[in-house]
Design a binder for this molecule. Structure first.
Ligand code: GLA
Length: 330
């Protein structure tokens, strides 16, 4: 039903004019059927993030390719595909996406190495460092049982790679699982990640070169059990959308608002509104994309996981409606 509604929404969206920024955002919203690249192939970029650099959007995501299997002896539905590395697509209009290839490749036959196909490489995000003129990627690196819980970092001279892998860390000796990256207006950058066995999120300041974590971090959403953080800033306020922890199955999102990224964060209800809002329209958010040159216009980017065939997972992008310090997604 929601699917039908989304198609209807899409058709409606496409008939809207660009007369204001929210219409421009709506014009880019889409669901499963329409997220193909300029070669007509399905876009393979899951748990994705977007970098905007010199007039071009670069989409980075997990390559999910191959058979899905269930890791034995886990107390949750630990469905996995071989880690396929990180893909990149570029676009100038958010609608036509050119495949730029796998910009951080996984390796075979190196058991235990962070980028081995037997590992987990999830939720890659890229930001640009103005001082070093390098593009910095962070991602969640794990073992199949999620016991490793580290943040991996890679670097490139160009947005579309190739990226050189530098290694992984447990920031301040703390677990890092679902994560995102945020570069603030003052050039400082932060890693935001599910920590403490997914019970509590951490916001950790990165070093000036964005390559290492610092000892400056704060614990937020304490004992709330949240994951898949997606952060954005509008008119000086920070908004953080998260999901609950139910593996690949969708659940209700919630959000938090702050005047300072290090907190305090005021926790709010589910921003999704309408039918199937309680399962985030069968998606899990992972990034909020600021539309370039359209202040106040943001796109919620969600994954629609197909847990028993992860390669077939699709996407849901919807506009974020902002009224002062409140947001709604529909
Ligand atoms: C959650 C996370 C995903 C992935 C799965 C694995 O959905 O958000 O990134 O790690 O769990 O079960």
């Amino acid at each position: 039903m929601k699917h039908t509604l989304l198609i209807a929404l899409l058709i409606t969206c496409n008939s809207l004019s660009f007369s204001n920024s929210i219409h421009a955002v709506k014009d880019t919203c889409f669901t499963d059927d329409v997220f193909i690249d300029t070669d007509g192939k399905p876009i393979n970029a899951h748990g994705a993030g977007v970098l905007y650099y010199k007039g071009i959007y670069y989409l980075f995501g997990e390559v999910k390719k191959g058979n899905t299997w269930l890791v034995p002896k886990q107390n949750w539905e630990d469905f996995r595909v071989p880690a396929g590395g990180v893909s990149c697509y570029s676009s100038t209009d958010l609608k036509h996406w050119k495949n730029r290839g796998v910009v951080l490749k996984s390796t075979t036959n190196k058991p235990g190495y962070d980028l081995d196909t037997s590992m987990v490489i999830e939720r890659p995000k890229v930001i640009y460092n103005e001082h070093s003129k390098k593009f910095i990627m962070w991602m969640h690196i794990d073992k199949n049982d999620y016991s490793y819980s580290q943040g991996g970092v890679a670097i490139s001279d160009k947005p579309f790679g190739p990226y050189k892998y530098l290694g992984s860390v447990k920031p301040n000796d703390q677990m890092l699982r679902d994560m995102t990256l945020f570069k603030d207006d003052d050039g400082k950058a932060y890693l935001i990640y599910s920590s403490e066995n997914n019970n509590t999120m951490h916001v950790c300041l990165l070093s000036n070169d964005y390559l290492t974590t610092t000892e400056i971090y704060t614990r937020i959403l304490v004992n709330k059990g949240r994951e898949s953080p997606a952060i954005f800033k509008n008119q000086g306020k920070y908004f953080l959308i998260t999901s609950g922890c139910s593996g690949w199955s969708p659940n209700a999102a919630s959000y938090a608002v702050a005047d300072n990224i290090m907190g305090p964060w005021e926790e709010r209800e589910n921003p999704c509104k309408g039918e199937n809002a309680e399962v985030s329209f069968f998606s899990q958010g992972g990034f909020v994309l600021p539309v370039a040159n359209k202040p106040g216009s943001f796109i919620f980017m969600g994954d629609r996981w197909n847990k028993t065939d992860l390669e077939k997972s699709t996407y849901l992008w919807l506009p974020v409606h902002i009224t002062n310090d409140k947001i709604e997604i529909y």
